[in-house]
Design a binder for this molecule. Structure first.
Ligand code: NOJ
Length: 746
């Protein structure tokens, strides 16, 4: 009888999204009351066991993540806090939600999460590629598309953005993040949060974001996944924490604790990062979910003797929800009874989870409308955003003698097209492609045929496989190259070569692909290498054989269209690298903002140059840009002052093009040494042929010139600084602040 009454009350509340309290409706079901009041009321009514269930996450539905496939999808308690939801339609969600609303004592809705990393069904380029657009507004739009498709399909919460700064291309998860730079990653983190969450989480097209993997996962030793990371506190603050701080400031509702052991304390039981920094100093009021099985894995890491101890450590350190391993479900209540976990901490964690559920409006609208797929997935405007992202992500790495674009002079050249990407369009989806389908990827071959129809003769030949030893098609490839005017090689990586648990010992192309490049070059024709891959590659051995190199990354559903547009000249490339391309694996880790050397001219490799093959920010265009003088509004600035740096850029070529201007600062001398240069601002603008535009950077000393110590305390010192843009440098000083010799005081 009680149950019936409760569910009747709930239905009333949910149907009307009650604006006013009705007699008999408990406050937590009253949509008119403030969230915190509803949380308080609900918390007061919950038993310990009900609370523990709210802190637990299991799975529901198909599991297309290879790493997790064999996980049992057991019978789910009606009071479960959250489920990972693998379905594409809301039916299963609604059925499960009905169970939660009607069969649990208090009718607390389940929170459904999923890995919507670069699209739900409309798959955009991988995030590493998206960062090469340097277009935060566009990335935000891409995330909004993901959010709309996901929420309308039954997903309330995405496990994205992944904002782990990464500098080792062997680590397959470098593809999931925004590259090597803390500032750029922070900018894209905030954009992604805005795109996913918008201004109103209750909207039917927004989801809660999850900043992951907190923290330092990108520092995985030698690129191996799930392993130890050696991160000094200074590096933690300088490099790995800034994107998280930006994401929290942007309002991210959740954070995922990481798998990696951070210098002796695993990310999933690290009280310093999870509680002291994230919750106390940054005031994060959402909840922390562990990564998949990350609580239990503390045992494997040697941080706990058994799962119960792991639960205690993770929970007390600040992990609020336990993903899939059920350590909390099985042990938390007992730990409370034994006095090893406080009831205050339980209430804090449950409060955080409930708060996010209320903010999402789940109590008032627990079910997802059953919108037909055609009205919620693959909408033309969504595809258009993905296509623009893919176009702007393409980086023209090399273009000797203006070889590209092809076939512009009306001579109808003969182009021999070959390589493992031909007919392998599914590989263009990239890893973590949610509900993306190979059949919906725009085929590379079709795109090229359409693009060059009437402009060039295309001859498709096999070339070589992605890897292995099969050279049987080499002879035919060389013959085709001999007959052709240009050779177009479509090469790179399979989608499962990057992403989770996808580690490669070398970032070079597989030997067979390198061999085919050398083989066709023997024909003496210009060679264009087009690459689709999920990591920065080591191209030193093949670069000399290639007259042009186009990095298309893994573009998602737009498939071959964007790169075909670049090859034909319909699209003028504007992407710039978000990550350094080493010459070879031996240079890793290599990144632009390293600290200075004691002997800058010495200490180089004897066998190869020490410079990267393509540096951070590299990317060519079909037009040319001339940078004018770098102007500063003053040559000295006080700690509270403002100083504007400006530069005029002129499009000196014959066609319109977008230019990304990256502003760096350099502090030549500081009590805590600083990197050679640090990105502090970037801006992309479209310039018509012949047009000049002024780009500016307003320097705010505390924001742009300060530094942190190894406990995150921020300082600004007097002295000389430089602002650097496209190789131009201007000096200024900060005066009236503390001198570099004054002791650090907190
Ligand atoms: C493990 C991955 O590390 C994480 O990124 C992902 O969100 C979870 N599995 C859920 O699938």
């Amino acid at each position: 009888m009680k149950k019936l009454l409760l569910s009747a009350c709930f239905l009333w509340g949910s149907c009307l999204a009650a604006q006013t309290a009705a007699p008999g409706i408990p406050p937590y079901q009253n949509a008119a009351l403030p969230v915190e009041q509803r949380v308080d009321d609900l918390l007061d009514r919950m038993t310990l066991e009900e609370k523990v269930l709210q802190l637990s996450q299991q799975t529901l539905g198909l599991n297309d993540n290879e790493n997790n496939v064999n996980e049992a999808v057991g019978s789910i308690p009606a009071g479960i806090g959250s489920l990972i939801y693998y379905e594409e339609d809301p039916a299963a969600r609604n059925a499960m939600q009905r169970r939660a609303m009607e069969n649990s004592r208090l009718g607390i809705p389940v929170l459904f999460g999923y890995d919507v990393i670069h699209g739900f069904r409309t798959i955009s380029p991988i995030p590493l590629a998206q960062a090469c657009t340097w277009n935060t507004a566009l990335v935000e739009q891409g995330c909004a598309v993901s959010a709309a498709e996901a929420r309308r399909s039954g997903v309330d919460w995405t496990f994205s953005p992944m904002i782990d700064v990464a500098r080792d291309g062997r680590w397959g998860r470098i593809s999931e993040g925004y590259g090597e730079d803390p500032y750029a990653t922070a900018a894209f983190a905030a954009a992604a949060v805005r795109g996913y969450q918008g201004n109103d989480l209750t909207a039917p097209d927004r989801v809660a974001a999850c900043l992951k993997h907190f923290v330092g996962y990108g520092a995985s030793e030698a690129g191996r996944d799930y392993v130890y990371t050696e991160i000094s506190r200074q590096t933690l603050w300088d490099t790995y924490l800034p994107p998280y701080e930006a994401g929290v400031r942007a309002g991210a509702q959740t954070v995922m604790s990481s798998f990696n052991d951070i210098s002796g304390t695993p990310g999933s039981c690290n009280a310093y990062t999870l509680t002291e920094v994230l919750k106390e100093r940054w005031g994060f009021d959402g909840f922390v979910v562990s990564d998949w099985d990350a609580v239990a894995q503390i045992v494997a890491q040697g941080g706990a003797a058994d799962r119960k101890e792991a639960a205690r450590r993770a929970f007390n350190a600040g992990v609020d929800m336990d993903m899939t391993d059920r350590c909390y479900e099985h042990h938390l209540a007992r730990l409370v009874r034994e006095g090893k976990v406080s009831m205050d901490r339980v209430n804090d964690a449950v409060r955080r989870v409930l708060r996010v559920k209320f903010r999402l409006g789940l109590f008032d609208r627990p079910y997802t409308d059953n919108t037909p797929q055609a009205e919620r997935l693959l909408l033309p405007e969504s595809r258009a955003v993905a296509e623009r992202l893919a176009e702007e992500a393409i980086v023209l790495l090399k273009n000797e003698h203006g070889l590209l674009p092809l076939a512009t002079d009306g001579s109808r050249p003969d182009i021999a097209v070959m390589g493992p990407l031909l007919g392998a369009d599914g590989e263009l989806l990239g890893n973590w492609s949610a509900h993306g389908r190979t059949s919906e990827v725009y085929p590379l071959r079709k795109a090229l045929e359409e693009e060059f129809a009437g402009k060039a003769e295309l001859h498709f030949v096999e070339g070589c496989p992605f890897d292995g030893q099969d050279r049987s098609a080499f002879m035919a490839a060389r013959k085709a190259a001999k007959r052709a005017d240009v050779v177009l090689l479509l090469m790179g990586e399979r989608r499962k070569w990057s992403g989770e648990n996808c580690v490669r010992a070398a970032v070079e192309l597989p030997a067979i692909q390198e061999a085919l490049i050398a083989e066709v070059k023997k024909a003496g024709k210009p060679v264009v290498l087009v690459l689709a891959n999920g990591r920065p590659l080591g191209l030193e051995r093949v670069e000399p054989f290639c007259d042009a190199i186009v990095e298309m990354w893994q573009p998602g559903l737009p498939g071959g269209r964007p790169v075909a547009g670049v090859l034909s000249g319909r699209v003028n490339p504007s992407g710039k690298l978000s990550v350094t391309f080493p010459r070879s694996t031996g240079q890793i880790p290599i990144y632009y903002n390293r600290r200075k050397s004691a002997r800058p001219t010495l200490g180089k490799y004897q066998d190869i140059p020490s410079t990267p093959l393509y540096g951070f920010g590299h990317g060519l265009s079909y037009t040319t840009f001339a940078y004018g003088d770098l102007r500063l509004s003053a040559d000295s600035i006080g700690p509270e002052g403002k100083l504007t740096a400006e530069i005029t850029v002129t499009n000196t070529g014959k066609r319109d093009g977008a230019e990304v201007v990256q502003w760096f600062v350099s502090d030549p001398f500081c009590r805590i040494t600083r990197p050679e240069r640090e990105l502090k601002h970037f801006e992309k603008q479209m310039l018509r042929a012949g047009e000049s535009r002024t780009f500016s950077f307003e320097i705010s000393p505390m924001r742009d010139l300060s530094f942190v110590d190894d406990d995150g305390h921020r300082f600004l010192e007097n002295g000389e600084f430089f602002v650097i843009v496209n190789g131009k440098k201007a000096r200024f000083v900060v005066s009236d602040g503390p001198s570099p010799f004054e002791p650090l005081s907190h």
